[in-house]
Design a binder for this molecule. Structure first.
Ligand SMILES: NC(=O)c1ccc[n+]([C@@H]2O[C@H](COP(=O)([O-])OP(=O)(O)OC[C@H]3O[C@@H](n4cnc5c(N)ncnc54)[C@H](O)[C@@H]3O)[C@@H](O)[C@H]2O)c1
Length: 336
């Protein structure tokens, strides 16, 4: 059987993870490479000599038979990429966020639906072992339903570093679109709940290197009355990362103290936290592998499409609500 044929679009840092997991997967291959930067394109073409290269998805899709367009481009202005994939009948796996405005994301999802092509979004954090283990703690026979939580993410992200993308430096809301989107998606996934209202403030500390707001504070209410207080920043003033996600449940608390692990739980009268043993994993790679496995499963076995664009819109709506709330709308309702 012919492996699933991918055209990789965008050869920045994120594409390296996808290249690696695609190369390893026995049922996937890369047949096309699209990059607007000529030096980057020719470098990658020497590394993957059997693939067809070009400056636009239109051009490459016209010259090679393929099944999927994997978009590793910046999220803004993806209309021509989505249109080219739809015209060529290519399924889409797009890196998060699907767009840098809610309206654009909605129009990409509509275009894919009208063309009858699947569109999935790269929400790899759902595939971390710690994420699955945290979700499992909320079952009725363990900690029970979550009622409130606190999510803090404090990072000094030096956007000038060579291996990091540059477009967030000039985004109006870099933290929300690029990072909080992962956190909001994780909350919806892990709590199995949808946001009903959000009150947020975004701002930029004096030492921030970002033009737009690097800080987000939000109070989020989810279905069932679950309340989450969120603080995220890319301009924390200490280079050591701070991550803590604590959830208070009917029978105790769950505490995740690291992005990729350090999960524990405690019942009310416990003096110590009990650690949850997690399988060994390679951060960034195993989560991408898990997402790719489900994506391939959809095409080969008809299993549900992972992280569909329609679902992603609910997380993007949270981003949009934070911007509106911070812009003066107060508490924004999401339940209509
Ligand atoms: N899921 C994750 O954990 C994760 C991690 C990092 C980045 N990302 C996402 O991956 C995407 C790419 O990130 P990056 O860091 O590689 O960005 P980047 O800006 O460093 O690289 C993007 C590449 O795309 C190229 N490009 C731009 N427009 C193009 C077009 N129309 N056609 C072809 N190529 C084009 C650029 O020249 C550049 O080489 C973003 O959406 C980002 O949010 C996701």
């Amino acid at each position: 059987m012919t492996p699933i044929r991918f055209i990789l679009v965008g050869m920045g840092p994120r594409s390296r993870i996808w290249r690696r997991v695609l190369e390893e997967h026995p049922d996937c291959c890369m047949v096309g490479l699209v990059e607007t930067n000529p030096d980057r394109l020719s470098k990658v073409m020497t590394e993957i000599p059997n693939a067809v290269g070009g400056f636009s998805l239109d051009e490459v899709a016209a010259s090679v038979e393929a099944d999927i367009a994997l978009l590793c481009t910046p999220p803004g202005r993806r209309h021509s990429q989505v249109a080219a994939a739809c015209a060529a009948g290519l399924g889409i796996l797009a890196e998060k966020p699907l767009a840098d405005t809610f309206e654009d994301a909605e129009s990409h999802v509509t275009a894919a639906t009208e063309a009858g092509i699947p569109l999935a979004v790269g929400l790899n954090f759902r595939y971390l072992a710690v994420t699955r283990a945290l979700k499992a703690l909320f079952s009725p026979d363990r900690l029970g339903s979550p009622e409130f939580g606190r999510f803090t993410y404090e990072r000094w992200r030096d956007g000038r570093l060579g291996h990091l993308n540059k477009y967030p430096m000039s985004m109006k809301q870099p933290m929300l679109w690029e990072q909080s989107i992962h956190h909001f998606d994780l909350m919806r996934f892990v709590y199995d709940a949808e946001p009903t209202r959000i009150s947020a403030r975004t701002f930029n500390p004096s030492w921030s290197m970002y033009e737009g707001d690097a800080n987000v504070g939000a109070l989020i209410t989810f279905t069932g009355g679950l309340e989450v207080s969120y603080q995220g920043t890319w301009a924390s003033n200490w280079q050591r990362m701070g991550f803590e996600w604590r959830t208070e449940c009917q029978r105790g608390i769950a505490l995740q103290a690291d992005m990729f692990g350090a999960l524990g739980y405690a019942h009310r009268d416990d003096s110590e936290l009990t650690s949850v043993t997690l399988p060994e994993s390679e951060p960034w790679l195993d989560d991408a592998r898990g997402l790719l496995a489900d994506f391939v499963g959809h095409f080969r076995d008809g299993t549900p499409l992972p992280c569909p664009g329609t679902d992603h819109l609910h997380s993007l709506r949270m981003v949009e609500a934070c911007i509106r709330s911070s812009g003066g709308e107060g508490t924004v309702s999401l339940s209509e």
